[in-house]
Design a protein around this ligand. Structure first.
Ligand code: NAD
Length: 260
């Protein structure tokens, strides 16, 4: 009896869910939480071995997770990913565009074409390719949820460098546009804007001294760093029916940093 009550409480039971950048940080935390809530997962990351380990962890606990290596900046790889989700589970109910990279706080005058293209291709083109391919399936199904992991760097002007700031502002705009355009077709699209969260995103960073110093001048107003699991809970809200009337929104999860 107790088990059946718990089973009924799962918020994403049998929801086919694709998470990009699921080998680390927030993407991994989202994958683990969504698995607990009954989601059928396709996990992807540019780091194929690491994302397979996350999928194995989920399967070892009785969950459903397929792992695939995929660079979201490459449309052909994203296409294979969406097709794999559809072939494996027969639908695509939830897409979490989480994969993203930082830009070392580089100000405009030092942004090379290579840096600009690298950041924009992962942080903007990736969600664009995945959402465009997913929406076709979602329109056929008459339902679907897209969640874009943006940043408070997509709202404020000095949490990162020029390229990252531009990319996350673009992602928030993309989320609003998708949210409104498909609102009457059973599809919702929202963004999450995390503040500083303890992940691996700065692991191999080489911060631009000037840009980092300027951006960190406001970091004293940050109440605290967040944890990936705290962002995963926000993603669960947006993925589930609990947020059925929330669409085109950007949900800030930053412990109050932007409130200053
Ligand atoms: N950590 C923060 O403080 C913070 C704050 C706001 C927003 N974000 C955003 O959160 C998202 C997740 O980042 P995180 O902090 O968990 O970082 P993370 O580095 O721990 O995880 C990001 C994952 O994305 C993968 N990835 C990178 N480029 C990829 C690509 N081209 N294709 C597929 N996968 C790729 C990485 O391999 C990694 O596993 C990002 O979009 C990031 O911009 C992070």
């Amino acid at each position: 009896m107790k088990n059946s009550i718990l089973k009924n409480m799962k918020k994403l039971e049998n929801k086919s869910t694709l998470v990009t950048g699921a080998a680390s940080g927030m993407g991994k935390a989202i994958a683990l939480l969504f698995a607990q809530e009954g989601a059928l997962l396709v996990l992807s990351d540019v780091h194929g071995i690491e994302v397979e380990q996350v999928a194995q962890e989920i399967r070892s606990q009785g969950g459903h997770a397929l792992a695939l290596a995929c660079d979201v900046s490459k449309e052909d790889e994203v296409k294979q990913l969406i097709e794999a989700a559809l072939q494996t589970y027969g639908s695509l109910d939830i897409l979490v565009n989480n994969a993203g990279i930082m830009d070392d706080f580089t100000p405009l005058d030092k942004v090379t074409d290579a840096l600009w293209e690298k950041i924009l291709s992962v942080n903007v083109n990736g969600p664009f390719y995945a959402s465009r391919l997913a929406i076709a399936a979602m329109l056929q199904q008459g339902k679907g949820v897209i969640i874009n992991i943006a940043s408070i760097g997509g709202i404020a002007g000095a949490r990162a460098g020029l390229a990252y700031t531009t990319s996350k502002h673009a992602l928030i705009g993309m989320s609003k546009n998708i949210g409104f355009m498909y609102a009457q077709k059973g599809i919702r699209c929202n963004a999450i804007a995390p503040g500083g969260v303890n992940t691996n995103i700065m692991k191999n960073a080489h911060p631009d001294a000037e840009g980092a110093a300027l951006c960190s001048s406001g970091s004293g107003s940050m109440p605290r760093m967040g944890e990936s699991e705290e962002i995963a809970k926000v993603a669960l809200f947006l993925a589930s029916e609990d947020s059925s009337f929330v669409n085109g929104e950007t949900l800030v999860a930053d412990g109050g940093w932007l409130a200053y």
